[in-house]
Design a protein around this ligand. Structure first.
Ligand SMILES: N=c1c2ncn([C@@H]3O[C@H](COP(=O)(O)OP(=O)(O)OP(=O)(O)O)[C@@H](O)[C@H]3O)c2ncn1[C@@H]1O[C@H](COP(=O)(O)O)[C@@H](O)[C@H]1O
Length: 106
């Protein structure tokens, strides 16, 4: 999972300056952060619709679109995927500590 997303992150960063006629990433990037954010929002709504319809295949495809557009927006913000994954790891650590504490009855 990490390798796939890291490879895609690298490709997206390389494609940002490509010819917009040849590259979807370059075309979307050239349209500005607002447009990238809008696309991410649209993909999120499409994911919600697929989930509520219990459309398993659709949800897989929409999840891929969602992750892809999230990476495009993160690249535009110059936020590395690593920073997001580190935040998730930090939260896992925090909830792990809370879980252990509750098991001990603290
Ligand atoms: N993973 C993806 C990926 N997922 C979705 N998409 C594109 O995202 C778009 C979303 O579809 P929509 O119909 O919602 O949008 P649209 O009609 O094309 O655009 P709008 O006019 O609505 O803005 C489609 O054009 C898809 O092709 C992707 N485009 C590229 N990638 C990856 O990004 C890499 C770089 O791509 P290029 O920048 O095209 O070289 C590729 O190697 C792929 O691995």
């Amino acid at each position: 999972m990490r390798a796939t997303l890291f490879n895609l992150e690298r490709t997206i960063r390389q494609r940002r300056q490509a010819d917009p006629d040849q590259s979807y990433v370059a075309k979307l990037t050239a349209r500005g952060r607002g447009k990238i954010a809008q696309k991410l929002g649209e993909e999120a709504v499409e994911m919600v619709i697929a989930a509520m319809a219990a459309d398993r295949e659709g949800a897989i495809g929409e999840s891929a679109d969602l992750l892809f557009h999230l990476l495009v927006l993160l690249a535009d913000l110059d936020i590395a995927l690593d920073e997001v994954l580190d935040e998730l790891d930090r939260r896992e650590g925090v909830s792990g500590i809370a879980e252990k504490a509750s098991r001990k009855g603290d």
